[in-house]
Design a protein around this ligand. Structure first.
Ligand SMILES: [Zn+2]
Length: 255
């Protein structure tokens, strides 16, 4: 209780000071935020700077943790919770950042939400542990915002899913009806992706989403923010579900 009081006071104090202009410069460099108005931009920066200040950042494999690194990652994280009730991902204490794809011998056996490319890993989200990111992929994800791939959104979507201590592709929802709807829409879209892949059809959603329901939610989140229009056309129920969950309507933003 007392800890929470200190934290609230510290956050308020921090938000009382204006953000360093470098935050806005970093945000402008990221295509992911094209079309955001000034009010949304300011709120994104406010979420991101509290997030950045409260996490432990660790550079691995020679990666230096600069303000730029923290900002580039934190701003993308902030997008997920911009319109949601949140506590700045209180299930993330540490973020490990590698320069690029890394080997995971020391991390093997986690089995939680990892994104692999060949023999090296680009990112991981541990159920009760840190998020690990390859910085080049995190940066590229923010700069190329129309390809439906975004490492930071992917790994932190896992962390939203993990808030109920389960990595099952269903995050915390606020009613029985909401869980029913989530179950119905997600399993329909997941089954249809798997079926399309089995039949060799071209799919909109990345095939990595067919791995399991947790990966499906993470991949669908990447598409929701980066390829909103095609997602809405192809999977309107899925789009609406994510629109209601994230409280954002990206299709309107990209007009
Ligand atoms: Zn994943």
């Amino acid at each position: 209780m007392i800890f929470r009081w200190f934290r609230t006071r510290r956050r308020r104090k921090q938000l009382g000071q204006s953000a360093d202009p470098s935050w806005f410069a970093t945000l402008k460099r990221l295509d992911l935020f094209r079309g955001f108005d000034d009010a949304a931009t300011t709120r994104l920066v406010d979420i991101a700077r509290i997030f950045a200040a409260e996490k432990r950042w660790e550079g691995c494999g020679g990666q230096e943790i600069t303000a730029d690194v923290e900002q580039t990652i934190s701003l993308q994280v902030a997008l997920l919770i911009l319109e949601r009730p949140h506590d700045y991902f209180n299930n993330v204490k540490s973020i490990f950042v590698y320069p690029s794809g890394y080997q995971t011998k020391h991390l093997s056996g986690s089995g939680d939400g990892s994104v692999r490319e060949g023999s090296s890993n680009l990112g991981e989200a541990w159920l009760r542990g840190p998020v690990v990111l390859a910085y080049d992929a995190a940066l590229l994800g923010g700069m190329q915002a129309a390809d439906g791939r975004n490492l930071v959104l992917h790994e932190f979507a896992h962390k939203l899913d993990f808030l109920d201590d389960r990595g099952d592709g269903t995050p915390v929802l606020d009613s029985k009806e909401a869980y029913k709807r989530w179950q119905r829409v997600m399993s329909e879209a997941y089954d249809s992706l798997r079926e399309s892949l089995e039949k060799g059809r071209v799919t909109l959603l990345d095939e990595y989403g067919a791995t399991n329901p947790a990966e499906f939610f993470a991949v669908a989140t990447e598409f929701f923010f980066e390829r909103a229009k095609p997602l809405k056309n192809r999977h309107p129920d899925l789009y609406d579900l994510l629109r209601d969950f994230y409280g954002q309507d990206p299709v309107g933003r990209f007009k």
